[in-house]
Design a protein around this ligand. Structure first.
Ligand SMILES: [Zn+2]
Length: 173
């Protein structure tokens, strides 16, 4: 298992649409393992492949946050939202590619998602609350959409400038 480098916004790879996964091999399983390890290490509750520079439709998540809670690692390949509730909820979102920045984002409270597991088998499940927000946030990444894209332009520009400054500082280290 290898910890992968997480790309920081702004980065052109975070703005691209990812390609569907068609090969379900050991390489894909190893990538999912690496992504889960990277996510837990960060720590975060979700990570999408483009965040580690892999332009494939794959994401991992685990929204169990309680101290001592049993981990529920999930790997979703080619995920798709097939239904969303009219009811909406607001969560303060953050992103491992936009460290230290948080903002309220409104999304459907519940979603039904289809995906393939690491063997390529079709899966379907309904997600609610934080899991629903997380899965929508991660699927957005596969289409080059970040949570700050839902914010007012001024706020988005402010966050982007902070990230540019952070990256300049990191480059100097
Ligand atoms: Zn994110």
């Amino acid at each position: 298992m290898t910890l992968r480098h997480i790309l920081i916004h702004p980065d052109p790879r975070l703005k691209k649409t990812c390609e569907p996964v068609s090969t379900f091999d050991k390489g894909l399983a190893a990538l999912a393992d690496d992504m889960l390890a990277t996510m837990y290490d960060a720590p975060g509750i979700g990570l999408a492949a483009p965040q580690v520079g892999v332009m494939d439709r794959l994401l991992v998540m685990d929204c169990v946050k309680e101290e001592g809670g049993t981990p529920e690692p999930m790997v979703l390949v080619n995920p798709q939202v097939v239904w969303e509730s009219d009811e909406r909820s607001v969560y303060e979102e953050g992103c491992l590619s936009i460290p230290g920045q948080y903002a309220d984002v409104e999304r459907p409270k519940m979603v039904r998602v289809t995906w393939q597991d690491l063997e390529g088998k079709a899966q379907e499940q309904e997600f609610d609350e934080l899991w629903a927000t997380c899965v929508q946030h991660e699927i957005d990444h596969l289409d080059g959409v970040l949570f700050i894209d839902y914010l007012k332009p001024l706020k988005r520009q402010m966050i982007t400038r902070k990230m540019q400054k952070l990256k300049r500082e990191q480059a100097r280290e």
